[in-house]
Design a protein. Structure first.
Length: 500
């Protein structure tokens, strides 16, 4: 199977090349030339597979230039009990008869990004070997908080790789900042950018598409790559856990083979929910895909009207990993929904770039609405939902998951739909301890407490264990203190590479 650019079907790469380069040469994103479809018996069989076996199976369908042994090497090293707390890797927590929470945050950095970023370094180093690459790779990451840490943790001290992370200086939680600033490893660099996530992401995309910078990196002995969800190697591992959640529901006798489920995803860059769309396209029985946003509700409006319009105020919310106005992966979605129409995608992206908006038209919007539901939740709703979920079910969701729960509850109220539903839970509540606690205790109880006292408080409140990786942060030195302007991002990369 080959990979094409969303903006030009004539561009064709192997999966190894697509993963190595991250983004297509014309600025488009790599998409598979066809979406493999599973037979009924293949889907039936998934309930007999362990997480690693299922990853072998799904990845094997897409990465056809990797041998089965290579894929297995990647999956079996990434999805271990040591890294994900148990062999389950992605456990399903039953909230009530209809609602199941898919906990994707049992990896080393406490967010769902680990599901892809623990395996990406294996996929990428294999890709470099397979394509005969002799240079080292420099991975450039823009992060709204969670990708940065997960990528740093995945790539630290991986031979042949280096990683530079940019995060918005005031756009991440204190715990997230500490996680990144204390990162260990010889091949890592972390810089805060004065601006928001979109500024950081745009800055990184500019470096990628700048021939001059690419040449300078090349002269120093490096090729660019990406660990953001624009990289196909990030997306494909995320398809696995949607099948896994279905298999778990089957095993627990919650559904019968062939029953449809709803999937709710708290969404930012549209990567996680796009993976659910791929799973559905492969044959996973799905009724609705519910796209949950926070107050940056550009996707809610898009799904409801067909107009994508980023000309609006950027809101800083308590679910910062979803504070995004340019959802990169929507480009892949429009490509598939428009019948692989690359020139249409190119035109939309040109309009987005020049005017900040585009309109996909009534017909395509109707088609999207048959599958997708869009909704959003305010910060007040998010806090209220954490509180209620705890009171009703003794379960404390993080802020992002809470957005998804709220949007799902609104959907059920409106439609009466009682289809069994999987809600993707994207972060451990400890990672956003301050906002989560504000739903559970009085403001004055939190006053004057530092991050670690707040972890302790949440632990007592919820009768939950503090993840070691967060508790240990207090013993670690801050290594990275640089803050740069968005125009200076390349200088930071250049200095990092020159001084290595
Ligand atoms: C990244 C992230 C999201 C958004 O996922 P996308 O794939 O960008 O849509 C949601 N919640 C958390 C906690 C995240 O880290």
């Amino acid at each position: 199977m080959n990979y094409q650019s969303t903006r030009d079907s004539k561009i064709s790469f192997s999966s190894a090349e697509a993963i190595k380069t991250g983004i297509a040469p014309d600025g488009g994103l790599f998409v598979p030339s066809e979406i493999p479809s599973l037979s009924a018996s293949e889907i039936e069989n998934i309930k007999n597979l362990s997480y690693v076996e299922l990853a072998d199976f799904v990845l094997g369908k897409f990465l056809t230039d990797y041998t089965a042994e290579e894929v297995h090497h990647c999956a079996s090293n990434a999805y271990t009990k040591e890294k994900f707390e148990s062999d389950t890797i992605a456990p399903l927590h039953k909230l009530n008869d209809n609602t199941h929470i898919l906990e994707l945050w049992h990896g080393p950095t406490c967010a769902f990004k680990d599901m892809a970023l623990q395996i990406l370094p294996y996929l990428l180093t294999k890709a470099m070997k397979k394509t005969g690459e002799e240079k080292e790779v420099i991975i450039l990451v823009a992060t709204s908080g969670d990708t940065g840490k997960a990528a740093l943790e995945g790539f630290k001290d991986v031979e042949g790789t280096n990683i530079q992370v940019f995060y918005p200086v005031d756009g991440v939680s204190k715990i997230q900042k500490l996680q990144m600033a204390t990162q260990l490893g010889k091949n890592v660099n972390v810089t805060a950018v004065k601006g928001n996530f979109d500024d950081a992401q745009t800055g990184v995309k500019k470096i990628f598409s700048n021939d001059d910078m690419r040449k300078k990196a090349d002269e120093l002995g490096y090729v660019f790559s990406s660990a953001n969800s624009i990289n196909w190697g990030r997306l494909v591992p995320q398809i696995v856990y949607y099948f896994y959640s279905y298999a778990t529901l089957l095993k627990n006798n919650e559904i019968k083979m062939g029953d449809k489920i709803n999937i709710v995803v708290p969404t930012g860059n549209f990567g996680n929910i796009l993976a659910a769309f791929y799973a559905k396209s492969m044959g996973l029985p799905v009724n609705k895909l519910i796209c949950a946003s926070n107050k940056n509700n550009v996707l809610t409006d898009f799904i409801n009207t067909g107009v994508y319009d980023r000309n609006r105020k950027f809101e800083t919310t308590i679910s910062p990993s979803m504070d995004i106005l340019i959802s990169s992966n929507l480009e892949r979605f429009i490509y598939h929904m428009s019948g692989e129409n690359a020139s249409f995608v190119a035109e939309c992206m040109k309009k987005l770039n020049e005017e900040g908006k585009y309109d996909i038209g009534a017909e395509l919007t109707k088609k999207i609405k048959e599958i997708f539901v869009g909704g959003y939740a305010s910060d007040e709703d998010t806090v209220e939902t954490i509180k209620k979920t705890n009171e009703k079910y003794s379960y404390i969701p993080d802020t992002h998951t809470s957005v998804a729960i709220k949007v799902y509850e609104d959907y059920v109220k409106e439609t009466g739909d009682n289809t069994k539903t999987v809600i993707a839970s994207t972060a451990n509540p400890f990672k956003f301890n301050q906002s989560v606690l504000s739903a559970l205790v009085e403001e004055r109880e939190m006053e004057g407490k530092d991050e670690f006292e707040l972890l302790q408080m949440l632990s007592e409140k919820g009768n939950l264990n503090i993840p070691d990786s967060l508790n240990n942060l207090k013993k670690m030195d801050v290594r990275f203190k640089d803050v740069c302007n968005k125009e200076e991002m390349w200088d930071m990369v250049h200095t990092f590479l020159t001084n290595k």
